[in-house]
Design a protein around this ligand. Structure first.
Ligand code: SER
Length: 600
């Protein structure tokens, strides 16, 4: 069964059984406490917790997920950064019995997996939570013999919550037996055994608790079901492959790497897997509008990209090898996730720019690393030598050669040494302090005094309101993709960065200016309202830095034309602004343009 057919089969199966097919949500979750969507249930948390009444009692989906925790495992058979998760949900509808029946029917009848290949786990209980006797009975009622049902504790069989608090519950997992042959542990070889005979394919979570801020488990008002299948894993099982990477989801990538490197996958399994996993992950992150940077999500993107490039070097892949690989990823997913198709140009541009940027310093960085290592080598004759690479040297690799800390750590560990991480963070902090005091010296005194000055404050407030107008004007002239990526205001000008991949034409610039000046002429009221963050989003207000907003926010709207969550301050009416003029439009980074503008 090819992967496309499997996705469809799963969703059709549950749709036929009364589930609403819900599209995948973004990889950037609305929940501000986590960086990425890591499970299919995340978009349903308000329904699972009982805070919001669900529009449908049962749902199913194929969800894009990204897990940074697993990054060091990538290279083995089944781990990924980006992956897809198939799932079905019941919000107070069916519970354990229904979930178990559906799962068995799907795997055995629809996917034709022989029953003897399946093993099961249940929660054995802990101090505060009871053993899951019901699930044990239900599996047995379904004809599963006792010896095929294994019991595990909190680590393996108590799932959630995402973040520190929220819905969670005991789970029952379905594992696939790849070899039917026990390892040297004999009878003790079962699901979760180190020998990797079993691969977990489906997790059925019985969400009946809410973990509160004190770490206590409270019973939820309704009992829910949340299940998750590792889509790549099930694909591998059904295609009878030894690993996810040998399925139709990755094979085209492996073939490209073979073609470009002249090397065989079987000789460089880990490298091939890392390169293809990370390229695929990067494509999906960029499609969400994330750009490589040194912060949060942008840093994760940069890290996976640079790691892929570094492994590419070890296979002697040519410069820009990420481009043909990316094209393959796009081919595989363009019909499944519309954003992969619509963002194709952005994806390729960002990847190419980042690759070029890192390529320039990678070789020099690796040479520097080799020198560093040489100076640390333990000479047996002398019987001593350093076992760690000092933090400031690691920081230098980061600062001068763009090596993320994790990359250096990996290079260092390959040589049996360690990185002085504390030293790295100290060096980083020192550097930041020096740059800050440098900047204060440069702009300080004079400018800070000026900003305090009433006149400057008014000027900056005006520029702030003009920024909101500019943002909306850009969205109108260029399209809704033109999103705020950054903003800076000083007493002289505004600076606005936004996502857009080409240079703006003269005509577009004129249109934006004209539109803005018209709004100024109309002398529109700038209205401020206080509301809940969620309510603000629902009302259509734009928010750009999701993770930073408090629960109660201010929304500034200008005649319902522009509406943004913002802390202010703003002028009362647009008529106060004067005449708006763009003085510069330039590239800021790949896929991001920068406008500087003034009010005359
Ligand atoms: N939330 C569970 C998981 O991520 C089941 O969907 O495994």
């Amino acid at each position: 069964m090819n992967s496309k057919a499997l996705r469809k089969k799963f969703l059709d199966f549950f749709a036929k059984r009364g589930h609403t097919v819900v599209p995948s949500s973004s990889l950037i979750p609305t929940d501000s406490t986590v960086l990425f969507t890591t499970a299919g249930m995340q978009q349903f948390i308000p329904f699972l917790s009982g805070k919001v009444k669900p529009p449908h009692p049962k749902a199913c989906s194929c969800q894009k997920c990204f897990r940074t925790d697993d990054i060091d495992e990538v290279g083995d058979k089944f781990h990924h950064t980006f992956f897809e998760m198939l799932g079905n949900w019941s919000f107070g509808d069916y519970f354990k019995e229904g979930a178990i029946e559906f799962a068995l029917e799907f795997l055995i009848k629809e996917c034709r997996i022989p029953k003897e290949r399946l093993c099961f786990t249940i929660f054995k209980g802990e101090e505060r939570l009871p053993r899951d006797v019901q699930s044990l009975k239900i599996w047995q009622k379904q004809g599963i013999p006792k010896e095929k049902i294994w019991e595990f504790g909190t680590k393996e069989n108590l799932w959630g919550p995402v973040g520190k608090t929220g819905p969670c519950g005991p789970c029952s997992e379905i594992h696939y037996d790849q070899t039917l042959t026990p390892c040297k542990r004999g009878k003790n070889c079962g699901p979760n055994c180190d020998c990797e005979r079993f691969v977990e394919i489906w997790n059925l979570v019985f969400m009946e608790y809410n973990k509160n801020g004190k770490g206590e488990y409270e019973s939820l008002a309704q009992k829910n079901i949340d299940t998750g299948i590792g889509f790549e894993r099930l694909t591998a099982v059904l295609q009878e492959k030894d690993s996810d990477y040998e399925t139709d989801l990755f094979l085209p990538l492996l073939e490209k790497i073979e073609e470009f490197s002249g090397k065989k996958y079987k000789d460089f399994v880990k490298e091939f897997r890392i390169i293809s996993d990370h390229t695929r992950g990067a494509v999906f992150l960029i499609a969400e509008g994330i750009f490589p940077s040194n912060l949060e999500r942008g840093y994760v993107l940069r890290r996976v990209l640079r790691r892929a490039i570094r492994y590419g070097k070890t296979l002697n892949l040519p410069e820009n090898f990420l481009i043909p690989l990316t094209q393959k990823v796009i081919e595989i997913y363009r019909d499944i996730y519309p954003e992969i198709k619509s963002k194709e140009t952005d994806i390729l541009t960002v990847l190419q720019k980042e690759e070029e940027k890192f390529e320039k310093t990678l070789e020099r960085g690796l040479a520097q690393f080799a020198r560093l290592l040489k100076s640390k080598i333990i000479l047996p004759a002398e019987g001593h030598g350093a076992k760690t690479i000092e933090g400031k040297e690691v920081f230098d690799l980061y600062q001068s050669f763009g090596f993320p800390l994790e990359l250096t750590r990996e290079l260092v560990r390959e040589k049996g040494l360690e990185v002085d991480e504390k030293g790295f963070f100290e060096a980083q902090k020192k550097h930041q302090e020096i740059s800050k005091s440098g900047a204060e010296k440069k702009f300080g005194g004079h400018d800070i005094e000026k900003i305090k000055d009433e006149e400057s404050k008014i000027k900056m407030t005006k520029l702030h309101t003009a920024t909101h107008l500019l943002h909306q004007a850009l969205r109108e002239v260029l399209g809704e993709h033109a999103k705020q990526m950054g903003s800076d205001i000083n007493t002289e000008r505004l600076r606005f960065d936004f996502s857009h991949s080409q240079k703006m034409s003269e005509e577009e610039l004129r249109k934006v200016e004209a539109l803005l000046n018209q709004k100024i002429k109309e002398d529109l009221e700038v209205k401020k309202e206080e509301m809940d963050y969620e309510e603000a989003l629902k009302s259509g207000a734009l928010a750009f830095f999701k993770e930073k907003y408090p629960e109660k926010v201010s929304v500034y709207s200008i005649n319902n034309w522009s509406k943004e969550i913002c802390a202010g301050p703003h002028v009362k009416r647009t008529g106060e602004l004067g005449h708006f003029k763009i003085i510069k439009e330039e590239s800021c980074q790949a896929g991001v343009r920068r406008i500087k503008a003034i009010l005359e």
